[in-house]
Design a protein around this ligand. Structure first.
Ligand SMILES: Nc1ncnc2c1ncn2[C@@H]1O[C@H](COP(=O)(O)OP(=O)(O)O)[C@@H](O)[C@H]1O
Ligand SMILES: [Mg+2]
Length: 144
């Protein structure tokens, strides 16, 4: 599914809509350049999971954890050198903890992303416009 959003709130709303269909253990792999809106999308996922915490970028912490009925583990691979460093942080454990895992800059360690992950790519089109492309793990369309 491809959606053009006009403004951060619309990208957030898409994240919330996706979250409604996410189950424990789901991985959302995000790609797109700096300022594309990946963190905004994850903020929407948190809202959709009924998590009231303020979601901020985990660029410097690698992972932020948001407890909730379904916890959210929000990763940002941006400052990582690759998969090996993520193993050290306990990536595999996070996958097994019964939450939703969202990873910004997932293309930095693609080998760590499970095949059934939902892919979300965000492309900058202009000041407030973004092209958001969502794809289910099996390559099928994401619909909501
Ligand atoms: N349609 C849009 N979707 C998402 N963010 C947008 C959009 N239009 C403008 N923005 C702005 O772009 C920036 C996106 O920031 P952020 O979500 O942190 O990006 P990333 O995590 O991809 O680096 C914010 O300042 C936001 O207000
Ligand atoms: Mg970000």
């Amino acid at each position: 599914m491809t959606v053009i959003t006009n403004g951060e709130d619309e990208t957030q709303a898409l994240g919330s809509a996706l979250a409604a269909g996410l189950r424990r253990g789901c991985v959302v792999a995000l790609t797109g350049g700096l300022g594309a809106g990946k963190t905004a999308f994850v903020r929407g996922i948190a809202a959709g999971l009924k998590n009231t915490s303020r979601v901020t970028s985990p660029t410097f912490t690698v992972v932020n954890e948001y407890p909730g009925e379904i916890p959210l583990f929000h990763f940002d691979f941006y400052r990582l050198s690759g998969a090996r460093e993520l193993f050290g942080i306990g990536w595999d454990d996070y996958l097994d903890r019964g939450g939703v895992v969202a990873a910004e800059w997932s293309d930095i360690a693609p080998e760590l992303i499970p095949e059934d992950a939902v892919r979300v790519d965000i492309e900058y089109l202009g000041d407030n416009a973004r092209r958001v492309t969502l794809e289910a793990g099996d390559g099928s369309e994401v619909m909501f």
